[in-house]
Ligand binder design. Structure first.
Ligand code: PMV
Length: 317
C-alpha cells in the first residue's frame, strides 16, 4: 500500500513567544507544502529518505503514532520532500510530524478520511519531544490550515478559532524572505525569553503589549484596513526586538524594507547569534522586495496566506 499526504507550512502574523504565556497569536498556513510518501514493505525494514535534515524528528513521529504498529511490523519506505524552508520558523517540523502521523494512520486503518483532532494531538506530542514546551500553534495551523486565532490557556485547554476570512485581492502583498536558519533552536529561544522574563530584564508588560498588537493585526486584515495592518505589524517587530529574539542581520533587512515603504517582522522563534529565520513582509512593490532579497543573497517568495491544511493526496492498494 502507498499513501501520500501533504501539509502546508505556516507563518505567525503576530503573537509568537507571547503565545507560550497564554497570550493569543494569529497564524496562517502558507502555500509551500511538505509531502510524505509511505510505501509498505513486507520485511519489517524502515527506510527513511528525506530532503529535510530531520531523521530524529521522523523517528520520534513514528514512535508516537501507536496506530502505526501494524505498519511498524510490516516495515515501510518513508520519503519526505519539502518546499518549506527547514528550521526557519515556517513550521517544517510540525509539518513533518503531521504528515508522518497522517500517512501512518491512513496506512494502518485503511480509512482515508483524516481525524484532524487526532493527527493534531499526535503531532503535538512529537513537538513536545522536539522542543519541550511548545504552545501547539505550529501543529494546529498546519493540520487545520487557513487562518487561526490560537490561545493556550492551560496544558489541557488549548483553544483555537478558525478565522473565516480570506486576504482580499487588494491586500495580497505578503512576501517571505528567508534570512537563514538560526543557530538557536525554537526551544532555546523560548528558554531565553523565559530567563529574561524571570530575571526582570523584561517585564510582563511586553506580553500584554504584544496581545494588543495581535488584536490590531486581526482587525487590520479582517477590516481590510491596510494602514492598521502595517502599523501593527511594525509595532509587533519592535516588540519582538525588545524581547531580544531578532538578530542584527534581520534587523537591517527590516530597516531596508521599511525605508522602501513596506513593513517586515520576523515570524516564529527568531534567532540572535546570527540569522533569524523567516521574515514576513508586506510591500506594495514586488520588485523592491526582490531587489532587497537579492542584494543580500536571500531566498524570497510571494506568500499566499490561508492555504489548505493536511490532505491525503493519494492512496494506492
Ligand atoms: O517554531 P517556530 O519558529 O515557528 O516558533 C514557534 C512560535 C513560538 O511562539 C516561538 C514557540 C511556540 O511554541 O509557540
Amino acid at each position: 500500500m502507498q499513501v501520500k499526504a501533504s501539509v502546508p507550512g505556516k507563518i505567525i502574523l503576530s503573537g509568537e513567544h507571547a503565545v507560550v504565556y497564554g497570550k493569543p497569536a494569529i497564524a496562517a498556513a502558507v502555500d509551500k507544502r511538505l509531502t510524505v510518501t509511505l510505501q509498505s514493505r513486507n520485511d519489517g525494514k524502515k527506510i527513511i529518505q528525506t530532503d529535510a535534515d530531520d531523521t530524529k524528528l521522523i523517528d520520534a513521529a513514528i514512535k508516537v503514532v501507536k496506530n502505526g504498529l501494524e505498519m511498524q511490523k510490516k516495515g515501510f519506505d518513508l520519503n519526505v520532500k519539502s518546499e518549506i524552508p527547514i528550521g526557519a520558523g515556517m513550521g517544517s517540523s510540525a509539518a513533518v510530524a503531521v504528515a508522518v502521523a497522517a500517512t501512518l494512520v491512513v496506512a494502518s486503518t485503511g480509512q482515508s478520511k483524516l481525524d484532524l483532532e487526532k493527527i493534531n494531538k499526535l503531532a503535538y506530542e512529537v513537538e513536545r519531544i522536539q522542543h519541550g514546551t511548545p504552545s501547539g500553534i505550529d501543529n494546529f495551523t498546519v493540520t487545520f490550515g487557513g487562518f487561526l486565532w490560537y490561545r493556550k490557556e492551560l496544558e489541557f485547554l488549548k483553544t483555537f478559532w478558525k478565522l473565516q476570512f480570506k486576504v482580499t485581492k487588494d491586500m495580497q502583498h505578503f512576501y517571505l524572505i528567508n534570512t537563514g536558519k538560526p543557530v538557536e533552536t525554537t526551544g532555546e529561544m523560548v528558554k531565553m525569553v523565559k530567563q529574561k522574563l524571570e530575571t526582570a530584564d523584561l517585564t510582563l508588560e511586553v506580553l500584554h503589549d504584544i496581545e494588543g498588537v495581535t488584536k490590531k493585526v486581526l482587525l487590520g486584515i479582517r477590516g481590510e484596513d491596510e494602514k492598521l495592518l502595517l502599523s501593527s505589524m511594525s509595532e509587533n517587530e519592535r516588540l519582538l526586538e525588545k524581547l531580544g529574539v531578532v538578530g542584527e542581520f534581520a534587523k537591517n533587512i527590516v530597516q531596508e524594507i521599511e525605508q522602501s515603504g513596506g513593513v517586515a517582522k520576523i515570524s516564529g522563534a527568531g534567532g540572535v547569534k546570527d540569522r533569524s529565520g523567516i521574515l514576513l513582509v508586506y510591500h506594495k512593490d514586488k520588485n523592491t522586495v526582490a531587489k532587497i532579497a537579492k542584494k543580500h543573497n536571500l531566498d524570497w517568495f510571494p506568500a499566499k496566506l490561508g492555504a489548505e491544511g493536511v490532505r491525503i493526496e493519494s492512496i494506492e492498494a
